[in-house]
Write a protein that binds this ligand. Structure first.
Ligand SMILES: Cc1cc2nc3c(=O)[nH]c(=O)nc-3n(C[C@H](O)[C@H](O)[C@H](O)COP(=O)(O)O)c2cc1C
Length: 322
């Protein structure tokens, strides 16, 4: 058993955790360290009541942070075990990570550590270069290792997704509450959290398979670009639909993204179709009835690199030390 974590180890672990993706870069997490145990708590003040009333997306972000913690722990030589919703008396504790001295190698985890700071969401156009079947298989394996699955959309499913995306985007444009909520987190100059304009990517010259997160409000300095017509899009899904499944989806998402980064692939997301019940059910039909869609991932090689987003210092989300 690892008795306590040193200050340096806590810094390394939590720096890795906060580099996880989260919806609108809200970073909806807080951390507590109790000896060799790290609790990850849902920070209600950083959730999105309109786009994410159940906290599904927030927990996916927390799951991604948990995966980064596991990777950093493996790099430091610790074994980790994760419990979702560990204490019914404290439902705000989303995950508890138990660290112990490693007795056996943790294959496939510590070698992803270097990808944590390289990964960021890329919303620009992708080059017309197919992702090889071998790499797609590695991404499938990454999802399965976390008990989730990727469903790669074929041409006819892509056409159907395109229709669902266009309808949802049109509805979103007329939804004042969603618009205001996005405006609170997206656009302009930012530091610490949210998505600054430079990370939004160029405006699509034609509607395509990329989400314009600033649709409906002014975006002053963005150029236009033509996007790829044959994107690689996968739906990440889980068999169950509850808070534990959302955490699992987040860990699977981050494992897929870090493996993708190791092959110089980038990703962005079309999750607007999962933020409303009706289009989410349509996506569920698309991938086969028995799985719950959790993320719609567009993946490929970037044509023109854009900058990443900022993070709060890990100490800002670090509550107590026992
Ligand atoms: C649950 C979830 C939903 C997301 N939905 C979208 C989306 O629909 N479109 C998008 O471009 N990015 C989406 N993102 C990516 C976040 O905006 C991104 O992770 C965040 O801004 C931090 O930036 P980074 O990924 O570059 O570190 C989503 C991320 C998560 C975890």
């Amino acid at each position: 058993m690892t008795a306590v974590l040193t200050d340096d180890e806590v810094g390394i672990l939590l720096t890795a955790a906060v580099h996880a993706p989260s919806i609108h870069n809200t970073q909806p997490w807080r951390f507590e360290v109790h000896g060799p145990v790290i609790d990850v708590l849902l920070d209600e003040k950083r959730t999105l009541p309109t786009a994410d009333p159940a906290g599904r997306a927030a927990r996916i972000g927390i799951g991604a942070a948990v995966f980064n913690l596991r990777v950093a722990a493996a790099m430091l030589g610790h074994e980790s075990r994760v419990a979702a919703n560990p204490d019914p008396q404290y439902p705000e504790i989303a995950a508890r990570i138990f660290l112990a001295a490693r007795e056996t190698q943790v294959p496939g985890l510590s070698n992803l550590y270097g990808e944590i700071r390289r990964r960021h969401t890329y919303r620009g156009p992708l080059v017309d270069h197919a992702v090889s079947p071998k790499v797609l298989q590695r991404l499938d394996e990454a999802a399965r290792a976390e008990r989730a699955q990727l469903h790669w959309l074929d041409q006819s499913e892509l056409t159907q997704l395109g229709t669902i995306v266009r309808r949802t985007d049109a509805d979103d444009l007329h939804d004042e509450d969603r618009l205001h909520e996005r405006q609170r987190w997206i656009g302009g100059d930012r530091s610490g959290d949210g998505i600054q304009e430079s990370a939004l990517g160029p405006l699509p010259a034609r509607p395509g398979f990329v989400r314009d997160l600033s649709a409906g409000f002014d975006s002053m300095h963005r150029s236009q670009a033509v996007y790829e017509t044959q994107p690689f899009i996968a739906v990440l899904s889980t068999r169950n639909e509850d808070t534990a499944a959302w955490m699992r989806a987040g860990q699977a998402l981050q494992r897929v993204l870090l493996v993708a980064t190791s092959y110089d692939l980038t990703a962005s997301f079309l999750n607007q179709v999962l933020e409303r019940a009706a289009p989410r059910f349509q996506v569920r039909d698309l991938i086969g009835d028995c799985f719950w869609p959790q993320m719609v991932i567009r993946i490929g090689y970037p044509a023109q690199p854009t900058g990443g987003t900022f993070r709060r210092d890990w100490r800002d989300s670090f509550d107590q030390w026992f």
